[in-house]
Design a protein around this ligand. Sequence first.
Ligand code: GLN
Length: 309
Amino acid sequence: AVPPSSLTYQPVLKRIAEEIEHTPGRGRPADYIPALAARDPRAFGMAVAELDGTVYGVGDWREPFSTQSITKVFTLALDLAREGDELWEHVGREPSGNPFNSLVQLEHENGIPRNPFINAGALVVTDRLQTRTGDAAGELLALLRAESGNPDLDFDEEVAASETAHGDRNAALAHFMASYGNIDNPVPALLDQYFRQCSIAASCADLALAATFLARHGIRADGTRLLSRSQAKQVNAIMLTCGTYDAAGDFAYRVGLPGKSGVGGGIIAVVPGRCALCVWSPGLDERGNSVAGVAALDRFTTLTGLSVF
Ligand code: GLN
């Protein structure tokens, strides 16, 4: 297929939304905290942001949702920008083949998590960003506000409090890594930063725009550079291989783009040199990825021919 001119994104999005509307079986919203369980599994939105900041959208594309693990991409970028390759002494870059909140590999690998996008790895990244900035979640929020152009983006304190109340597994991960010396900050302070990070509410439009620096090879919306070209390539590569946890192989097979999901039902994806996307639908499959979200991105790359392959 021929890559579309920007004018043709809107019909493609409309067609995908219609197809999704008629697809039965949307999965189930995450139910480990009430705020996520309450979302309508039939909600669906999708946005495409071009390199110049032009955004196209369909459905609930302006509706804020809980970003959750999508934020792991942005904290990784922020930390990589500050400390560079030293980060890789503390977290790996291999797909885990395990669920996002798995503990099992940590003991065999001396408290070094497999990659920055499973929870253990994201805790390490947030810990390191916290040490360097004193306010990891605040740095993240500032980045998301600036790149999306939406100054109203904020933490959802109810979601953050709920995560804290149900945070035993993340606490276990953090304490376990701390026992190997791979966590700097006191665990409760780290968890506070991590849960606030996960709680940020944003829409498909916000997140597609916020992810565009990865399509611009590291250049931010204001023209300054956040990541080197090589680092932007690295982040995209890790999204492709690790961004959807133990479904990353299937996601690459179906979608063929770097992507990162969150249990709020959002997924961001990047077409390097061209655009960034965000899709949202709260119903998840058993691996924690949005059912309609993956299906919509699958259709997008099939209909447009845009993929990294
Ligand atoms: N806050 C969630 C957690 O840490 C995020 C998980 C996710 O989005 N996959 O368990």
